[in-house]
Each structure stands twice: as structure tokens, then as C-alpha cells.
Design a protein around this ligand. Structure first.
Ligand code: ATP
Ligand code: MG
Length: 557
């Protein structure tokens, strides 16, 4: 492990290895299968799998599936697909916390017999009353001193299904006076008559997260159990369970979760957006989910690079979404072929160009990478340009096409506007007439005269029709959960987060474009082929615009 770029987690690991606390590194990524993975999870995935890679160690994928009511197989499958897409491999180490239910139960009986756990019959209200406050200790449950035999009998009957949901719990006998709430006799098992996605109806008692996580880490021989800051206060309990049971002790290390501007990462709220149809589904390109980013056209490299750039820290912070987009542009700039597409077409007729003839012009696929080669772009008498690139009455400083002005058509010719044809009824511009200078083939005048502007275009005779979907942030404010009291976060939804342009024209080289192919439409941004695309009906998502606000920030520094 090189010493530059060592974050505080790697520092802890280095120290543990130096001290001989562990002689190897083994991490895990432990998602709960109750939703799709989002960009925050990507940070945790890159961290856990990245550490394993850097230390020649291992990283497991473990589903933390202790809550039967919210978990679904659909989520399990999507999580595996997303981790793989990000470029990580758990090899044969796929685990489920539910695989350990038998072992966890056996350990619980052992704790009952050792007087370290008891069955408690307090109602939810009573539990609350006994819990105490930040400044005052809790009170012992009147069931705390049951005999081991009575506890074992009751616990076995809980398991056998004799009692209704919520009527009893198994609690660890720790310390009701502890300043840490998590240590005030935490619940180990709750009664829940629910079918589990893997164990079916075998169990009607389920272990809590706290009673499960450290022991699962222990069973898998995890050395470093890396989790987010909200578990910091749970660490004493994590340590208490493994010490009490006398089993392999993984070290829990907490880091700050990723927060991104304009982005909501609560799984509960993302699920709500899906269920209420605010978005099209978990993979809607506006969603911060890994599958949403994938469909939007993001590359795994861009996401991994972003995670490397933000690093890990111990203090919560908010990262600018512009940084993620910057990483994406950086990657797409090198890998995406550049093509021409017109989103809002205006017809140009080149009046001195022979009717019916087609000229095949040479275009460079990506100036950043000569290996990507060249392609032919057809030119014809009628072409499409962007409506915005023409103005009949140009304001000062408008250098694109206007009556009497000359512009360069990218890879093609210099053209001069001669005439504007309007609909006599409405006055709307129907087409614009131009002449071209045949001596400027390729875009340069032999006499050296300059034009101020180069615009993109496609041949009307050969263009393909396409639908283009332009996405904007799903939320209008940097912190979407910041809402006035009593209001819902949905007031911050952006009503203009999706604009559909149904009648775009793209160059014919895109006829064979495949779903997920990523391209730069010159001057417009990066786009990718959406999964709604079919032969004869191309559909593109705008991945990101070309303007890099982050690069500007960097330059100013
Ligand atoms: P839940 O409220 O459902 O537990 P969660 O976001 O914690 O939501 P998990 O499936 O438990 O989801 O998360 C799996 C792992 O990813 C955990 O280790 C968690 O700490 C980590 N993780 C979740 N959200 C983020 C985030 N925003 N940044 C970094 N890591 C995260
Ligand atoms: Mg969690």
C-alpha cells in the first residue's frame, strides 16, 4: 500500500497489521435488500472492495436480511447486478445474514443459560418509560431477574410460535444505567410472524441488526467492518456481543456517508417516488440509483473515479453534484465518439448545390483519441441545423447564421444565408436558403478568409429520426430535504426535470447504435442510447451537458 493517499481507515488498517492484531485484510459490503443501491452505496462499495484489492485481501457481499417484511428478491438481484457493473467481484463469497439464523439462535440460548439475556414482557409503552433519558439512567425491567430455566423455556416457546407479535422480546442483560442508550438492555430478538424471502416460515422470531451484524462479521472472518457514522454509538454493543460470546472480533470503523447536492438518498423516499409514479421506476435516469446512473449513460469508471476523489472522512459533509458530473465528462470526453445531431431542426436549402447529389465528407470520431478513427458524413442540398443557430435579426454578438452572414458547417463547407422563407399565413420561418462555396470543402477557405462560427448539421436526405430526453436535476434546491415545517420534501421536486424532444435528427452513422452506447453530440452534450430504443425508433438520454462548472471552480483556485 503506497503511503500517499492513505485515508484514516487505511491508517487504522496499517496500524492493525503492524501491531499484529490481524495478519490479513477481509472486508464486506452489507446491503439490506430493501431497495436499489444508490450513489452513496457506491462510496461504500468502492471503499470495501477497494481496500480488499489494495491489501491483497478479500471482500464479501453479504445481504443483511434480518427484516423479513421489507425485503424482496428483486432487490437482491438488482444489488448483485449493480455491484458487478461497478466493476467488483465477490467471487464465491456471497452470504446472507439469514444463513446464520441457526447459529445466532444457538448463541442466544447460550447467553440465556449464562444469565446474559432474558425474556422481557414489557409493553412498548413500558419499555419507553423504562428507557430513561440522556441525563437520567433507565430502570431495570421487572422481568430482568427471571431464572435461566424460565428464560430458556419462554425463549423456546417464542420460537415455537406460542406468542403473538410484539408480546415479548429477548433482551441482552447489559446495563440500564449506561450513558449509551444502545447498551440499556438492547433487544436481541423480536416476535414477528412473517415469511422471509429465504427462510420462508421457519422462523417467527427475528434477530435485530445489532445482534446480527458483528456475529455475521465474526463468522465470515471479517477483519475490518466498515460502516457509516450512525453506527458509532452502536460500536460498544458490537464489541460487547462478540466479547461476551468469545468469538473472532472484527474491528468496526465508521466513516461519513456521502451526501450530494440536489440529491435525495433516503431509500424510503426513493421507494416512495417509485411507488407514487413521480419517476418511471428505480432506473429512471433522474434517480440517484446505480441503475438510474447506468441508464442515464454514466460509466462505472466515472463513478469509481468520483469515489476515489471524494475520499473518506470522519465528518459529515455535502459533495457538489458538479464534481460527479466533472468526473463523468472527464471519462466520456476520452471514450465517447463525437457525432452530429440536431435537437430542434430548422431546414436549410443550399440553392447552388445540385439536387439529388450526395457528398461523403470525412469526420474525425474523437480528436482526443486518434485510434477512434474517421467516418463519412453525407452532405446534401437540404440539411437540418439547430433553430437556435439561426436568427433573422441577430442581436449584437450573435455570430451564427443570419441573413448575409457566412458560417462554417462542421466538417463540410462555408455557407452564406441568402433568403428566409416564411409561412405567409403565420409568418413562421419554414426554411432558410443559403449558398455554399465549393472551394471550402472540409471547412476552410483557400483564400484564408475567416468565419466566426462553426455549427453542426445533418443531411435531411440521410438523417435518422430520434427522440431525445433532456434531464435536469430531480430537485430544484441543493438540499432537497430542507423544507419548512409541516411541508413535504416533494415541494422541492423540479417540474422541469424531464423534457422530451420527439423530432430530433441524427446522422446516419447512428443507425447501428446499441442500447447503452455513449456519444457526444457535438456542441450539445453527452448522450446515450436508451433501452426504449428500437430499430427504426432511436431514443437517446442526455447524460450530461458539455458545460463543466466544476472545471471553472478548479481553474479559479
Ligand atoms: P437503511 O436505512 O435501509 O438501512 P442504508 O442506506 O443504510 O439504508 P444499507 O443497505 O443498510 O442501506 O447500506 C449498505 C451499506 O452501505 C452500509 O454499510 C451503509 O453504511 C452504506 N451506505 C448507505 N448509504 C450510504 C451513503 N450515503 N454513503 C456511504 N455509505 C452508505
Ligand atoms: Mg443500513
Amino acid at each position: 500500500m503506497s503511503s500517499e493517499s492513505v485515508d484514516f481507515i487505511r491508517e487504522h488498517i496499517n496500524a492493525d497489521l503492524a501491531k499484529g492484531r490481524y495478519d490479513r485484510v477481509h472486508t464486506r459490503f452489507p446491503p439490506e435488500p430493501n431497495g436499489y443501491l444508490h450513489i452513496g452505496h457506491a462510496k461504500s462499495i468502492c471503499l470495501n472492495f477497494g481496500i480488499a484489492r489494495d491489501y491483497n485481501g478479500l471482500c464479501n457481499l453479504r445481504f443483511d436480511d434480518t427484516n423479513p417484511t421489507k425485503e424482496e428478491v428483486e432487490y437482491v438481484d438488482s444489488i448483485m447486478e449493480d455491484v458487478r457493473w461497478l466493476g467488483f467481484d465477490w467471487e464465491d463469497r456471497l452470504f446472507y445474514a439469514s444463513d446464520y439464523f441457526d447459529q445466532l439462535y444457538a448463541w442466544a440460548e447460550k447467553m440465556v443459560l449464562a444469565g446474559q439475556a432474558y425474556v422481557c414482557d414489557l409493553t412498548a409503552d413500558e419499555v419507553r418509560e423504562h428507557r430513561g433519558t440522556l441525563t437520567s439512567p433507565g430502570r431495570n425491567s421487572r422481568f430482568r431477574d427471571r431464572s435461566a430455566d424460565e428464560n430458556l423455556d419462554l425463549f423456546r416457546r417464542m420460537r415455537a410460535g406460542e406468542f403473538p407479535d410484539g408480546s415479548r422480546t429477548l433482551r441482552a442483560k447489559v446495563d440500564m444505567a449506561s450513558p449509551n442508550f444502545n447498551m440499556r438492555d438492547p433487544v436481541m430478538y423480536r416476535i414477528l410472524h412473517a415469511t422471509h424471502h429465504r427462510t420462508g416460515d421457519k422462523w417467527c422470531i427475528y434477530p435485530t441488526y445489532d445482534y446480527t451484524h458483528g456475529q455475521s462479521d465474526s463468522l465470515e472472518g471479517i477483519t475490518h467492518s466498515i460502516c457509516t457514522l450512525e453506527f458509532e454509538n452502536h460500536r460498544p454493543l458490537y464489541d460487547w456481543y462478540v466479547k461476551t460470546l468469545g468469538i473472532h472480533h472484527s474491528r468496526q470503523i465508521e466513516f461519513a456517508r456521502l451526501n450530494l447536492t440536489y440529491t435525495m438518498m433516503s431509500k424510503r423516499r426513493l421507494l416512495e417516488l417509485v411507488k407514487e409514479g413521480v419517476v418511471e421506476g428505480w432506473d429512471d435516469p433522474r434517480m440517484p440509483t446505480i441503475c438510474g446512473f447506468r441508464r442515464r449513460g454514466y460509466t462505472p469508471e466515472a463513478i469509481r473515479n468520483f469515489c476515489a476523489k471524494i475520499g473518506v472522512a470522519k465528518v459529515d459533509s455535502v459533495i457538489d453534484l458538479a464534481l460527479l458530473e466533472h468526473c463523468l465528462r472527464d471519462d466520456l470526453n476520452r471514450r465517447a465518439a463525437r457525432v452530429m445531431a440536431v435537437l430542434n431542426p430548422l431546414k436549410i436549402v443550399i440553392t447552388n448545390y445540385p439536387e439529388g447529389s450526395v457528398d461523403e465528407l470525412e469526420a474525425v470520431n474523437n480528436p482526443e483519441d486518434p485510434a477512434m478513427g474517421m467516418r463519412k458524413v453525407p452532405f446534401s442540398r437540404e440539411i437540418w441545423i439547430e433553430q437556435d443557430d439561426f436568427k433573422e435579426d441577430p442581436p449584437k454578438g450573435f455570430y451564427r447564421l443570419s441573413p448575409g452572414k457566412e458560417v462554417r458547417l462542421r466538417w463540410a463547407y462555408l455557407i452564406t444565408c441568402t433568403n428566409v422563407v416564411k409561412d405567409p399565413a403565420t409568418g413562421a420561418i419554414v426554411e432558410v436558403h443559403c449558398t455554399y462555396d465549393p472551394a471550402t470543402r472540409g471547412g476552410n477557405a483557400p483564400d484564408g478568409r475567416k468565419v466566426k462560427s462553426t455549427i453542426h448539421w445533418v443531411s435531411a436526405a440521410r438523417a435518422l429520426q430520434a427522440e431525445v430526453r433532456i434531464y435536469d436535476n430531480l430537485f430544484t434546491v441543493p438540499d432537497p430535504s430542507d423544507v419548512p415545517q409541516g411541508q413535504d420534501y416533494k415541494i422541492n421536486l423540479n417540474p422541469k426535470s424531464l423534457e422530451v424532444l420527439p423530432c430530433c435528427r441524427v446522422e446516419p452513422s447512428l443507425a447501428d447504435a446499441k442500447v447503452q452506447d455513449r456519444l457526444q453530440f457535438e456542441r450539445l452534450g453527452y448522450f446515450c442510447v436508451d433501452r426504449d430504443s428500437k430499430p427504426g425508433k432511436l431514443v437517446f438520454n442526455r447524460t450530461v451537458s458539455l458545460r463543466d462548472s466544476y472545471a471553472k471552480v478548479e481553474k479559479k483556485k
